[in-house]
Ligand binder design. Structure first.
Ligand SMILES: [Zn+2]
Ligand SMILES: [Zn+2]
Length: 151
């Protein structure tokens, strides 16, 4: 066999599939909530990441929002109205200011405000009022104990 039979090196591969198409191939809409769920494994914060040529990984819900609804206005971030961070439905997203997003979001302090339960699950009914805000009494007691028992 001669060298001529070798495959040509550097030949362009198949045309890359746009990220939005790759994402949409893996989407199924939840029949109950309408959330667009994907077969991607969400990252630790719960969001889905999709690889985009030249940009590395981008958030899946940003990709669908920008594709179906247009660019995200300067200074705004996307809030999941359905509270499911793995959802990539553009209909479940709203562009809001960071302030609004934090206040209504699943940020620990926002949850505490809504439920009156601290992030470790203690009641905040008898919370301490400190200069930086309310503080869980049980958590403070436990952190004091850890401090005392340090080795
Ligand atoms: Zn959703
Ligand atoms: Zn606590």
């Amino acid at each position: 066999m001669s060298d001529d039979m070798q495959p040509i090196k550097g030949r362009p591969g198949p045309t890359p599939i746009p990220a939005i198409d790759r994402l949409m191939r893996r989407v199924t809409a939840d029949a109950v909530t309408g959330c667009w769920l994907t077969t991607y494994k969400p990252m630790s914060a719960g969001y889905v990441l999709v690889g985009v040529a030249d940009q590395g990984k981008v958030l899946g819900h940003r990709l669908t929002y920008e594709h179906y609804r247009g660019p995200i206005p300067e200074g705004l971030e996307l809030d999941h109205l359905c509270r499911n961070r793995a959802c990539v439905s553009p209909l479940h997203l709203e562009a809001v200011t960071r302030r609004v997003n934090m206040a209504r979001g699943d940020h620990p302090s926002a949850i505490t405000k809504r439920t009156n339960i601290c992030r470790r699950g203690h009641s905040m009914a008898d919370a301490l009022v400190e200069s930086r805000g309310r503080r869980c009494r049980t958590c403070r007691r436990e952190s004091n104990r850890r401090w005392r028992d340090r080795t």
